[in-house]
Design a binder for this molecule. Structure first.
Ligand code: NAD
Length: 494
């Protein structure tokens, strides 16, 4: 590996090439950007800063590779993707160490949950594409045959809160379907995408099938999603960015899949198991609240409100915040100084709007002074209402609101009173109520007496401003394929 300045870095003892990966080659840009670790605020890598030229080269490489990859039998593609998954498993510890240093999420979560899921994203979709049904329909003797044709070059633009997991959740099905990919990783956590390129190459993925262009959103992401040779745009990120991407993609009539933000509710009914409800509520601080699905609006029925409040605050006060590599830490820092300031802005404005802080309410100054990191204390507001920004807009930090409701009707109305619709969680001991309420909640995913458990075969996505489309299982292939109907006449054969 070359070690010219700005082309490589050693992070957590792992060598990472920080250049683009285009057509099976490492390509540097004239400029670089600094990659800062949120654990201590130090620059851990300088990463190639791509733009239109690198995007053009990557899309051209992906377009050239599509001719062969799209015609490779699905079972052969699946074999390669299984080898990629094996490569992820083999380098799991390195990936976990680098990701923790890069985005500040817990090392133990990366080891036990996130990186195994990265491997699963390849295995699951490699297998699932072989199980797609290709039905025939008969019309007046004519055979209508359904096939799943790969769409073409796919742009995959992802955020930093679970960078490799979120990227491979799209790269897996896109490649399994026979598409080729240009991925634009997040500039606040770009490194594991570069390691993935090495892993895929070592696994025998042909050159040009997976390309990685590093860079900033406006410089590298924008030309990618606007490129006329891109046939699918898959974006995970914030609502304002999705609007810009939607406008660009629309000019080329390129289909988009958007998985966006949330302001999800957690409903606790009078008949709930309160131990469970408290555990689920405290879980919402995981990853310092930087989870799109987090149930950040705690809505608790009158009869159990006081007891829930007491027990929840007591348990939340025991959360240990610290270095994400320590087993004893429950949560780490926010991803960047910019995001830290953004979260602090929400908290400051909520206080001036009249919301009452009942836990936290500011940075973890002692820890920040000691480490140079971007730690923010778990924070809970009470005395909030719908007129306040803090109940309406996504903070994407360790900030929850606590509100009470009287009847089931009120609870459902409050839960649905949001522009978002990514997820909703309810805790109740009454099965009939669970069915009734679940059916009335406007959200892509509803969890009853649980949280975050999901089968990859099931649909995933958001309603309202939480997104467009569904992915997961067959729904992923609906998006990554051009589904075709070929109608065969009964006669005319020689
Ligand atoms: P973001 O929208 O700022 O950036 C996401 C990605 O888009 C980054 O790679 C960025 O470089 C790129 N980008 C920025 N501007 C662009 C442009 N004009 N054209 C093309 N690409 C551009 O979001 P973020 O701050 O990185 O991530 C946080 C958001 O992601 C939150 O809203 C969160 O809820 C959401 N999210 C959603 C899901 C989901 O599955 N629904 C999962 C994780 C995160």
């Amino acid at each position: 590996m070359t070690t010219a300045p700005g082309t490589a870095a050693v992070v957590a003892g792992v060598e990472v090439d920080t250049r683009h990966w285009i057509g099976g080659h490492r390509v540097a840009s004239a400029g670089t950007f600094d990659d800062v670790s949120p654990l201590d605020g130090t620059v851990i890598a300088q990463v190639s800063r791509g733009g239109q030229a690198e995007v053009d080269a990557a899309v051209a490489a992906a377009k050239a590779a599509f001719a062969s990859w799209s015609q490779t039998p699905p079972a052969e593609r699946a074999e390669v993707l299984h080898r990629v998954a094996d490569g992820v498993d083999a380098r799991l510890e390195e990936l976990a160490q680098v990701e923790t240093r890069d985005n500040g999420s817990l090392l133990r979560s990366h080891r036990r949950g996130v990186m195994p899921r990265v491997a699963m994203n390849f295995r699951f979709f490699a297998d699932h594409v072989l199980e797609l049904s290709h039905p025939d329909f008969e019309t007046r003797g004519h055979r209508n045959h359904v096939s799943w044709d790969p769409a073409g070059v796919t742009a995959i633009v992802t955020p930093w809160n679970a960078p490799l997991m979120l990227a491979t959740w799209r790269i897996g099905p896109a490649l399994a379907a026979g598409n080729t990919v240009v991925a634009k990783p997040p500039e606040w956590a770009p490194l594991t995408a570069s390691l993935l390129a090495d892993i895929a190459h070592d696994a025998g993925l042909p050159d040009g099938v997976l390309n990685v262009v590093q860079g900033l959103g406006v410089e590298a992401g924008a030309p990618l999603v606007a490129h006329p040779d891109v046939r699918r745009v898959c974006f995970t990120g914030s609502v304002p960015t999705s609007v810009r991407i939607g406008e660009s993609a629309a000019r080329n009539v390129t289909p988009v899949s958007f998985e966006l933000g949330g302001k999800s509710p957690l409903l606790v009914f009078d008949d709930a198991d309160l131990d469970l409800a408290v555990d689920l509520a405290v879980e919402q601080f995981d990853n310092s609240g930087q989870v799109c699905l987090a149930a950040v609006r705690l809505l608790v029925q009158d009869g159990v409100y006081d007891e829930f409040r007491t027990r929840f605050l007591a348990k939340a006060a025991t959360i240990t915040q610290g270095d994400s590599r320590d087993e004893s830490s429950d949560i780490g820092p926010l991803v960047s100084r910019t995001h830290f300031d953004r979260v602090d802005g929400f908290v400051t404005r909520a206080i001036s709007d009249g919301a009452q802080v009942i836990l936290g309410g500011g940075p973890n100054t002692g820890l920040n002074d000691a480490t140079g990191g971007f730690y923010y204390r778990p924070t809970v507001f009470e005395g909030v209402d719908r007129s306040m920004e803090i109940t309406c807009d996504e903070v994407f930090g360790p900030v929850l609101t606590l509100q009470r409701f009287a009847s089931e009707e009120d609870g459902v109305a409050m839960a649905n009173d949001t522009d978002y619709g990514l997820a909703a969680t309810l805790v109740t001991g009454d099965r009939d109520r669970a069915e009734r309420v679940a059916s009335r909640l406007r959200a892509g995913t509803v969890w009853v007496n649980c949280f975050f458990v999901r089968d990859l075969s099931a649909p995933f996505g958001g309603s309202g401003r939480s997104g467009i489309g569904r992915e997961g299982g067959t729904w992923s292939f609906d998006f990554y394929c051009d589904v075709k109907n070929s109608v065969f006449a009964p006669k005319g054969w020689n």
